[in-house]
Design a protein around this ligand. Structure first.
Ligand code: DLL
Length: 433
Protein backbone atom coordinates (compact mmCIF):
# COMPACT_ATOMS: atom_id res chain seq x y z
CA UNK A 1 0.00 0.00 0.00
CA UNK A 2 1.28 3.45 -0.88
CA UNK A 3 1.26 6.37 1.54
CA UNK A 4 -2.29 7.03 2.85
CA UNK A 5 -3.88 4.83 0.17
CA UNK A 6 -6.52 3.82 2.69
CA UNK A 7 -7.70 7.44 2.83
CA UNK A 8 -7.35 8.38 -0.83
CA UNK A 9 -9.26 5.23 -1.86
CA UNK A 10 -12.04 5.43 0.77
CA UNK A 11 -15.49 4.64 -0.54
CA UNK A 12 -17.59 7.75 -1.12
CA UNK A 13 -20.14 6.98 1.59
CA UNK A 14 -17.44 6.55 4.19
CA UNK A 15 -15.63 9.66 3.00
CA UNK A 16 -18.74 11.81 3.02
CA UNK A 17 -19.74 10.69 6.47
CA UNK A 18 -16.20 11.46 7.67
CA UNK A 19 -16.51 14.89 6.06
CA UNK A 20 -19.88 15.56 7.65
CA UNK A 21 -18.69 14.57 11.12
CA UNK A 22 -15.67 16.82 10.78
CA UNK A 23 -17.64 19.66 9.24
CA UNK A 24 -20.13 19.71 12.13
CA UNK A 25 -17.32 19.86 14.65
CA UNK A 26 -15.29 22.43 12.73
CA UNK A 27 -18.22 24.82 12.34
CA UNK A 28 -19.08 24.69 16.03
CA UNK A 29 -15.38 24.98 16.87
CA UNK A 30 -15.07 28.16 14.80
CA UNK A 31 -18.17 29.61 16.45
CA UNK A 32 -16.96 28.81 19.93
CA UNK A 33 -13.32 29.79 19.51
CA UNK A 34 -13.18 32.70 17.07
CA UNK A 35 -15.15 35.89 17.86
CA UNK A 36 -15.19 36.79 14.15
CA UNK A 37 -17.16 33.64 13.33
CA UNK A 38 -19.49 34.08 16.28
CA UNK A 39 -20.31 37.55 14.96
CA UNK A 40 -20.57 36.63 11.32
CA UNK A 41 -22.70 33.50 11.93
CA UNK A 42 -25.01 35.44 14.24
CA UNK A 43 -25.35 38.30 11.78
CA UNK A 44 -26.19 35.87 8.99
CA UNK A 45 -28.70 34.07 11.21
CA UNK A 46 -26.71 30.85 10.81
CA UNK A 47 -27.00 28.40 13.68
CA UNK A 48 -23.77 26.37 13.74
CA UNK A 49 -25.39 23.60 15.78
CA UNK A 50 -27.78 22.69 12.97
CA UNK A 51 -25.45 21.34 10.30
CA UNK A 52 -26.98 18.00 9.34
CA UNK A 53 -25.76 17.53 5.78
CA UNK A 54 -22.79 18.69 3.75
CA UNK A 55 -25.11 20.99 1.80
CA UNK A 56 -25.99 22.81 5.02
CA UNK A 57 -22.64 24.57 4.68
CA UNK A 58 -24.40 26.79 2.14
CA UNK A 59 -26.24 28.49 4.99
CA UNK A 60 -22.96 29.74 6.44
CA UNK A 61 -21.61 33.15 5.46
CA UNK A 62 -18.42 33.48 3.42
CA UNK A 63 -14.98 34.41 4.66
CA UNK A 64 -13.12 36.76 2.34
CA UNK A 65 -9.54 37.80 1.95
CA UNK A 66 -10.54 41.20 3.33
CA UNK A 67 -11.90 39.52 6.49
CA UNK A 68 -8.52 37.87 6.90
CA UNK A 69 -6.69 41.11 6.35
CA UNK A 70 -8.90 42.89 8.87
CA UNK A 71 -8.05 40.16 11.38
CA UNK A 72 -4.29 40.74 11.03
CA UNK A 73 -2.34 39.53 12.90
CA UNK A 74 -4.09 37.17 15.33
CA UNK A 75 -7.83 37.82 15.36
CA UNK A 76 -8.72 34.63 13.52
CA UNK A 77 -6.64 32.38 15.73
CA UNK A 78 -8.67 29.60 17.37
CA UNK A 79 -6.01 28.48 19.86
CA UNK A 80 -3.76 30.26 22.35
CA UNK A 81 -0.53 31.40 20.75
CA UNK A 82 1.53 28.98 22.80
CA UNK A 83 -0.08 26.10 20.88
CA UNK A 84 1.00 27.54 17.54
CA UNK A 85 4.11 25.93 16.08
CA UNK A 86 4.46 27.87 12.87
CA UNK A 87 3.07 30.89 11.12
CA UNK A 88 2.93 31.69 7.41
CA UNK A 89 1.77 34.81 5.66
CA UNK A 90 0.73 35.75 2.18
CA UNK A 91 3.10 38.13 0.46
CA UNK A 92 0.79 41.08 1.04
CA UNK A 93 1.89 42.79 -2.17
CA UNK A 94 -1.65 43.97 -2.76
CA UNK A 95 -2.44 44.97 0.81
CA UNK A 96 -2.05 43.80 4.39
CA UNK A 97 -0.74 40.26 4.68
CA UNK A 98 -3.01 37.37 5.62
CA UNK A 99 -1.82 35.08 8.39
CA UNK A 100 -2.22 31.35 8.72
CA UNK A 101 -1.08 29.50 11.84
CA UNK A 102 -0.44 25.81 12.42
CA UNK A 103 -0.55 23.65 15.51
CA UNK A 104 1.41 20.43 15.67
CA UNK A 105 -1.68 18.61 14.33
CA UNK A 106 -2.05 21.11 11.47
CA UNK A 107 1.58 20.61 10.46
CA UNK A 108 1.03 16.85 10.37
CA UNK A 109 -2.03 17.23 8.17
CA UNK A 110 -0.09 19.53 5.88
CA UNK A 111 2.76 17.04 5.58
CA UNK A 112 0.27 14.25 4.88
CA UNK A 113 -1.45 16.24 2.15
CA UNK A 114 1.73 17.14 0.30
CA UNK A 115 3.07 13.66 1.03
CA UNK A 116 0.16 12.21 -0.94
CA UNK A 117 1.47 14.13 -3.95
CA UNK A 118 4.88 12.56 -3.52
CA UNK A 119 3.22 9.20 -3.32
CA UNK A 120 1.06 9.95 -6.42
CA UNK A 121 4.40 10.51 -8.14
CA UNK A 122 5.45 7.04 -7.01
CA UNK A 123 7.79 8.56 -4.45
CA UNK A 124 8.59 7.90 -0.80
CA UNK A 125 11.42 6.38 1.18
CA UNK A 126 14.55 6.22 -0.96
CA UNK A 127 13.64 9.28 -2.99
CA UNK A 128 15.59 12.50 -2.80
CA UNK A 129 13.28 15.51 -2.91
CA UNK A 130 14.97 18.66 -4.12
CA UNK A 131 12.79 21.44 -2.71
CA UNK A 132 13.41 24.75 -4.44
CA UNK A 133 10.15 26.49 -3.68
CA UNK A 134 11.04 29.46 -1.49
CA UNK A 135 11.34 28.69 2.22
CA UNK A 136 10.05 31.35 4.58
CA UNK A 137 6.66 32.93 4.91
CA UNK A 138 5.70 31.50 1.52
CA UNK A 139 4.19 28.08 2.12
CA UNK A 140 5.83 26.33 -0.85
CA UNK A 141 9.19 25.40 0.68
CA UNK A 142 8.08 24.12 4.05
CA UNK A 143 4.93 22.48 2.68
CA UNK A 144 6.98 20.36 0.28
CA UNK A 145 9.52 19.78 3.03
CA UNK A 146 6.93 18.36 5.45
CA UNK A 147 5.47 16.29 2.62
CA UNK A 148 8.84 14.76 1.90
CA UNK A 149 9.43 13.95 5.56
CA UNK A 150 5.95 12.46 5.97
CA UNK A 151 6.61 9.90 3.22
CA UNK A 152 10.08 8.98 4.47
CA UNK A 153 11.84 10.63 1.52
CA UNK A 154 15.13 12.50 1.94
CA UNK A 155 14.63 16.25 1.64
CA UNK A 156 17.16 18.75 0.32
CA UNK A 157 15.92 22.15 1.52
CA UNK A 158 17.41 24.28 -1.27
CA UNK A 159 14.87 27.11 -1.26
CA UNK A 160 14.68 29.20 -4.45
CA UNK A 161 17.50 31.09 -6.09
CA UNK A 162 21.14 30.62 -7.09
CA UNK A 163 20.14 28.59 -10.11
CA UNK A 164 23.62 27.33 -10.98
CA UNK A 165 23.96 25.92 -7.50
CA UNK A 166 20.57 24.23 -7.85
CA UNK A 167 21.91 22.58 -10.97
CA UNK A 168 25.11 21.40 -9.26
CA UNK A 169 23.13 19.92 -6.40
CA UNK A 170 20.66 18.24 -8.77
CA UNK A 171 23.65 16.75 -10.58
CA UNK A 172 25.46 15.55 -7.50
CA UNK A 173 22.83 14.40 -5.05
CA UNK A 174 20.81 11.95 -7.10
CA UNK A 175 17.63 14.00 -6.72
CA UNK A 176 14.58 12.17 -8.03
CA UNK A 177 11.76 14.66 -7.36
CA UNK A 178 11.92 18.40 -7.86
CA UNK A 179 9.47 20.65 -6.05
CA UNK A 180 9.25 24.28 -7.25
CA UNK A 181 7.06 26.48 -9.41
CA UNK A 182 6.78 25.27 -13.01
CA UNK A 183 8.36 28.49 -14.24
CA UNK A 184 11.35 28.04 -11.96
CA UNK A 185 11.70 24.41 -13.03
CA UNK A 186 11.73 25.60 -16.64
CA UNK A 187 14.33 28.24 -15.79
CA UNK A 188 16.51 25.59 -14.16
CA UNK A 189 16.16 23.38 -17.24
CA UNK A 190 16.99 26.24 -19.63
CA UNK A 191 19.96 27.34 -17.54
CA UNK A 192 21.32 23.78 -17.45
CA UNK A 193 21.00 23.61 -21.24
CA UNK A 194 22.77 26.98 -21.61
CA UNK A 195 25.56 25.60 -19.44
CA UNK A 196 26.00 22.90 -22.08
CA UNK A 197 24.34 20.15 -20.05
CA UNK A 198 21.73 17.72 -21.22
CA UNK A 199 19.34 17.54 -18.22
CA UNK A 200 18.49 13.91 -19.04
CA UNK A 201 22.15 12.96 -18.56
CA UNK A 202 23.02 15.53 -15.92
CA UNK A 203 20.07 14.61 -13.67
CA UNK A 204 19.68 10.92 -14.45
CA UNK A 205 17.53 10.04 -11.45
CA UNK A 206 15.13 12.95 -11.76
CA UNK A 207 11.72 11.54 -12.70
CA UNK A 208 9.00 13.73 -11.20
CA UNK A 209 8.20 17.33 -10.44
CA UNK A 210 5.56 18.49 -8.00
CA UNK A 211 5.08 21.87 -9.51
CA UNK A 212 2.35 24.34 -8.73
CA UNK A 213 1.53 27.72 -7.19
CA UNK A 214 0.82 29.24 -10.60
CA UNK A 215 -1.18 28.47 -13.71
CA UNK A 216 0.69 26.92 -16.63
CA UNK A 217 -0.52 25.65 -19.97
CA UNK A 218 -0.50 22.05 -21.15
CA UNK A 219 2.14 23.00 -23.68
CA UNK A 220 4.34 24.51 -20.97
CA UNK A 221 3.97 21.31 -18.99
CA UNK A 222 4.85 19.13 -21.97
CA UNK A 223 7.96 21.19 -22.75
CA UNK A 224 9.03 21.07 -19.12
CA UNK A 225 8.52 17.32 -18.98
CA UNK A 226 10.50 16.81 -22.18
CA UNK A 227 13.34 19.07 -21.14
CA UNK A 228 13.84 17.55 -17.71
CA UNK A 229 12.71 14.01 -18.50
CA UNK A 230 10.12 14.08 -15.71
CA UNK A 231 6.40 13.79 -15.18
CA UNK A 232 4.96 17.01 -13.79
CA UNK A 233 2.30 16.80 -11.05
CA UNK A 234 0.32 19.98 -10.58
CA UNK A 235 -0.24 20.97 -6.94
CA UNK A 236 -2.68 23.55 -5.62
CA UNK A 237 -2.85 25.36 -2.32
CA UNK A 238 -3.07 28.79 -0.77
CA UNK A 239 -1.72 30.42 2.36
CA UNK A 240 -5.15 31.17 3.82
CA UNK A 241 -6.22 27.52 3.77
CA UNK A 242 -3.06 25.44 4.18
CA UNK A 243 -0.40 25.94 1.53
CA UNK A 244 0.44 23.36 -1.15
CA UNK A 245 -1.42 20.06 -0.93
CA UNK A 246 -5.07 21.14 -0.83
CA UNK A 247 -5.31 19.32 -4.16
CA UNK A 248 -2.71 17.39 -6.17
CA UNK A 249 -2.64 15.60 -9.50
CA UNK A 250 -2.05 11.90 -9.84
CA UNK A 251 -0.17 10.25 -12.71
CA UNK A 252 -3.31 10.29 -14.87
CA UNK A 253 -2.96 14.08 -15.13
CA UNK A 254 -6.72 14.47 -15.34
CA UNK A 255 -7.34 16.98 -12.59
CA UNK A 256 -6.14 17.46 -9.03
CA UNK A 257 -7.51 15.21 -6.27
CA UNK A 258 -8.79 17.37 -3.42
CA UNK A 259 -7.67 16.19 0.03
CA UNK A 260 -11.37 15.78 0.80
CA UNK A 261 -10.87 14.38 4.26
CA UNK A 262 -9.48 17.79 5.28
CA UNK A 263 -11.18 20.27 2.92
CA UNK A 264 -14.73 20.69 1.73
CA UNK A 265 -14.87 22.40 -1.65
CA UNK A 266 -17.73 24.16 -3.37
CA UNK A 267 -17.74 25.67 -6.84
CA UNK A 268 -19.97 28.72 -6.99
CA UNK A 269 -21.05 31.16 -9.61
CA UNK A 270 -18.83 34.16 -8.77
CA UNK A 271 -21.70 36.59 -9.23
CA UNK A 272 -24.79 34.83 -7.85
CA UNK A 273 -22.82 32.66 -5.37
CA UNK A 274 -25.08 29.77 -6.28
CA UNK A 275 -23.46 26.34 -6.73
CA UNK A 276 -22.74 25.42 -10.33
CA UNK A 277 -23.21 21.82 -11.55
CA UNK A 278 -20.15 19.54 -11.69
CA UNK A 279 -18.21 20.19 -14.87
CA UNK A 280 -18.97 23.90 -14.91
CA UNK A 281 -16.44 26.58 -14.09
CA UNK A 282 -16.85 28.79 -11.06
CA UNK A 283 -15.12 30.13 -7.98
CA UNK A 284 -13.62 27.62 -5.59
CA UNK A 285 -14.82 28.11 -2.00
CA UNK A 286 -13.13 26.06 0.72
CA UNK A 287 -14.07 25.07 4.26
CA UNK A 288 -11.38 23.40 6.35
CA UNK A 289 -12.63 20.28 8.14
CA UNK A 290 -10.13 19.72 10.91
CA UNK A 291 -7.82 22.68 11.28
CA UNK A 292 -6.98 23.72 14.79
CA UNK A 293 -5.14 27.04 14.60
CA UNK A 294 -6.57 28.81 11.56
CA UNK A 295 -9.77 27.09 10.43
CA UNK A 296 -11.76 28.83 7.71
CA UNK A 297 -15.41 28.56 6.79
CA UNK A 298 -16.36 29.06 3.15
CA UNK A 299 -13.21 30.92 2.20
CA UNK A 300 -13.65 32.57 -1.18
CA UNK A 301 -10.42 31.71 -2.95
CA UNK A 302 -11.21 33.73 -6.08
CA UNK A 303 -9.67 30.85 -8.01
CA UNK A 304 -11.60 29.64 -11.01
CA UNK A 305 -11.87 25.91 -11.58
CA UNK A 306 -14.50 23.19 -11.86
CA UNK A 307 -15.21 19.79 -10.43
CA UNK A 308 -14.38 17.10 -12.95
CA UNK A 309 -17.31 14.70 -13.00
CA UNK A 310 -16.79 10.95 -12.87
CA UNK A 311 -14.13 8.84 -11.29
CA UNK A 312 -10.41 8.93 -11.93
CA UNK A 313 -8.74 6.02 -13.71
CA UNK A 314 -6.21 5.84 -10.86
CA UNK A 315 -8.91 4.46 -8.56
CA UNK A 316 -8.66 7.19 -5.95
CA UNK A 317 -12.05 8.38 -4.82
CA UNK A 318 -11.35 11.97 -3.83
CA UNK A 319 -13.01 14.38 -6.24
CA UNK A 320 -10.87 16.29 -8.69
CA UNK A 321 -10.72 19.95 -9.57
CA UNK A 322 -9.53 20.94 -13.01
CA UNK A 323 -6.23 22.71 -13.47
CA UNK A 324 -6.78 26.33 -12.59
CA UNK A 325 -8.11 28.64 -15.21
CA UNK A 326 -6.91 31.70 -13.33
CA UNK A 327 -8.04 33.89 -10.48
CA UNK A 328 -10.96 36.27 -10.62
CA UNK A 329 -8.29 38.88 -9.72
CA UNK A 330 -6.22 37.94 -12.78
CA UNK A 331 -9.16 38.39 -15.07
CA UNK A 332 -8.34 41.30 -17.31
CA UNK A 333 -11.07 43.50 -18.62
CA UNK A 334 -9.82 44.79 -21.93
CA UNK A 335 -12.23 47.23 -23.50
CA UNK A 336 -15.11 45.54 -21.77
CA UNK A 337 -14.13 41.96 -22.65
CA UNK A 338 -13.24 39.61 -19.80
CA UNK A 339 -10.21 37.49 -20.44
CA UNK A 340 -7.79 35.35 -18.44
CA UNK A 341 -4.08 35.23 -19.24
CA UNK A 342 -4.39 31.44 -19.40
CA UNK A 343 -6.85 31.72 -22.31
CA UNK A 344 -4.32 33.83 -24.18
CA UNK A 345 -1.53 31.44 -23.27
CA UNK A 346 -3.49 28.47 -24.59
CA UNK A 347 -4.06 30.12 -27.95
CA UNK A 348 -0.43 31.23 -28.23
CA UNK A 349 0.62 27.69 -27.37
CA UNK A 350 -0.50 26.60 -30.82
CA UNK A 351 2.24 28.63 -32.49
CA UNK A 352 5.41 26.58 -32.54
CA UNK A 353 7.45 29.65 -33.51
CA UNK A 354 7.07 31.21 -30.06
CA UNK A 355 8.39 30.07 -26.71
CA UNK A 356 6.54 29.71 -23.39
CA UNK A 357 7.65 33.01 -21.88
CA UNK A 358 5.33 35.94 -22.15
CA UNK A 359 4.21 39.04 -20.28
CA UNK A 360 1.12 41.14 -20.87
CA UNK A 361 1.33 44.88 -20.29
CA UNK A 362 -1.83 46.88 -19.80
CA UNK A 363 -1.82 50.62 -20.37
CA UNK A 364 -4.40 53.23 -21.19
CA UNK A 365 -4.30 55.55 -24.17
CA UNK A 366 -6.93 58.20 -24.85
CA UNK A 367 -9.15 56.56 -22.25
CA UNK A 368 -8.97 53.14 -23.88
CA UNK A 369 -7.25 49.98 -22.64
CA UNK A 370 -4.24 48.90 -24.60
CA UNK A 371 -2.89 45.39 -24.10
CA UNK A 372 0.53 44.49 -25.39
CA UNK A 373 1.83 40.99 -25.12
CA UNK A 374 5.54 40.43 -25.31
CA UNK A 375 6.32 36.87 -26.19
CA UNK A 376 9.69 35.29 -26.81
CA UNK A 377 10.55 33.72 -30.09
CA UNK A 378 11.36 30.05 -29.92
CA UNK A 379 15.19 30.05 -29.83
CA UNK A 380 15.25 27.44 -32.59
CA UNK A 381 13.68 29.93 -35.03
CA UNK A 382 16.06 32.44 -36.70
CA UNK A 383 15.15 35.94 -35.46
CA UNK A 384 16.44 37.77 -38.55
CA UNK A 385 13.43 36.68 -40.57
CA UNK A 386 11.73 40.05 -40.11
CA UNK A 387 8.97 39.37 -42.57
CA UNK A 388 8.24 36.10 -40.88
CA UNK A 389 8.04 37.86 -37.51
CA UNK A 390 5.60 40.47 -38.74
CA UNK A 391 3.48 37.82 -40.29
CA UNK A 392 3.61 35.74 -37.11
CA UNK A 393 2.55 38.72 -35.00
CA UNK A 394 -0.40 39.26 -37.30
CA UNK A 395 -1.40 35.61 -37.20
CA UNK A 396 -1.32 35.47 -33.39
CA UNK A 397 -3.23 38.75 -33.15
CA UNK A 398 -5.85 37.44 -35.56
CA UNK A 399 -6.25 34.18 -33.60
CA UNK A 400 -6.78 36.11 -30.36
CA UNK A 401 -9.23 38.46 -32.00
CA UNK A 402 -11.08 35.58 -33.57
CA UNK A 403 -11.44 33.45 -30.47
CA UNK A 404 -11.49 35.92 -27.60
CA UNK A 405 -12.75 39.05 -29.34
CA UNK A 406 -9.89 41.11 -27.97
CA UNK A 407 -7.25 43.20 -29.66
CA UNK A 408 -3.84 42.49 -28.25
CA UNK A 409 -0.74 43.96 -29.74
CA UNK A 410 1.79 41.16 -30.09
CA UNK A 411 5.44 41.96 -29.81
CA UNK A 412 7.78 39.09 -30.53
CA UNK A 413 10.98 39.53 -28.56
CA UNK A 414 14.29 37.74 -28.48
CA UNK A 415 14.88 34.73 -26.26
CA UNK A 416 15.63 35.48 -22.59
CA UNK A 417 14.33 39.05 -22.65
CA UNK A 418 11.30 38.43 -20.40
CA UNK A 419 12.41 38.45 -16.75
CA UNK A 420 12.62 34.99 -15.18
CA UNK A 421 11.34 34.38 -11.70
CA UNK A 422 12.54 32.05 -8.99
CA UNK A 423 8.99 31.86 -7.66
CA UNK A 424 5.78 32.64 -9.49
CA UNK A 425 6.16 34.12 -12.97
CA UNK A 426 4.83 37.66 -13.41
CA UNK A 427 2.45 37.37 -16.34
CA UNK A 428 0.58 40.68 -16.15
CA UNK A 429 1.94 44.15 -15.58
CA UNK A 430 -0.92 46.60 -15.23
CA UNK A 431 0.07 50.26 -15.62
CA UNK A 432 -3.55 51.47 -15.65
CA UNK A 433 -4.84 53.47 -12.70
O1 DLL B 1 0.99 29.52 -3.88
C1 DLL B 1 0.78 27.84 -2.18
C2 DLL B 1 1.48 26.87 -3.04
C3 DLL B 1 2.83 26.70 -2.92
C4 DLL B 1 0.77 26.11 -3.95
C5 DLL B 1 3.48 25.77 -3.69
C6 DLL B 1 1.40 25.16 -4.72
C7 DLL B 1 2.76 25.00 -4.60
P1 DLL B 1 -0.15 31.64 -2.10
O2 DLL B 1 1.14 32.31 -2.34
O3 DLL B 1 -0.99 32.06 -0.96
O4 DLL B 1 0.07 30.10 -1.88
O5 DLL B 1 -0.96 31.76 -3.43
C8 DLL B 1 -2.18 31.11 -3.57
O6 DLL B 1 -1.76 30.84 -5.94
O7 DLL B 1 -5.07 31.20 -4.69
C9 DLL B 1 -3.93 30.46 -6.73
O8 DLL B 1 -4.40 31.65 -7.31
C10 DLL B 1 -2.46 30.30 -7.05
N1 DLL B 1 -2.13 28.89 -7.18
C11 DLL B 1 -1.72 28.04 -6.23
N2 DLL B 1 -1.54 26.80 -6.76
C12 DLL B 1 -1.87 26.89 -8.08
C13 DLL B 1 -1.89 25.97 -9.17
C14 DLL B 1 0.64 29.22 -2.76
N3 DLL B 1 -1.52 24.72 -9.04
C15 DLL B 1 -2.70 31.32 -4.95
N4 DLL B 1 -2.31 26.44 -10.38
C16 DLL B 1 -3.95 30.54 -5.22
C17 DLL B 1 -2.66 27.73 -10.55
C18 DLL B 1 -2.25 28.23 -8.35
N5 DLL B 1 -2.64 28.64 -9.56
Amino acid sequence: MAFQDEITHMNRDGLESLQLGRMKEQIVYCYEHIPFYRRSFDEAGFNPYTVNSLDDIRKAPFTTKQDMRDAYPYDLLAVPLDQVKEIHMSSGTTGVATVSAYTEHDLHVWGDCFGRGISYAGGGKGDVCHVCYGYGLFTGGLGAHYGGLATGATVIPMSAGNTKRQIRVLQNMGSSIICCTPSYAMHIADTAIEMGLDPHEAFPKLRAGINGAEAFSDRFRKNLEDKLGIQVFDVYGLTEVMGPGVAIECAEQTGLHIAEDHFYCEILDPVTHEPVPDGEWGELVITTLDKEASPVVRYRTRDITRILPGTCACGRTHRRIDRLHGRTDDMMIIRGVNVFPSQIENICGRFAEIADWYQIELTRSAGLDVATMKVEINPDVPIDEIRMIENLQKRIQAALKDELAINIRIQIVEPHTIPRSEGKAVRIVDHRE
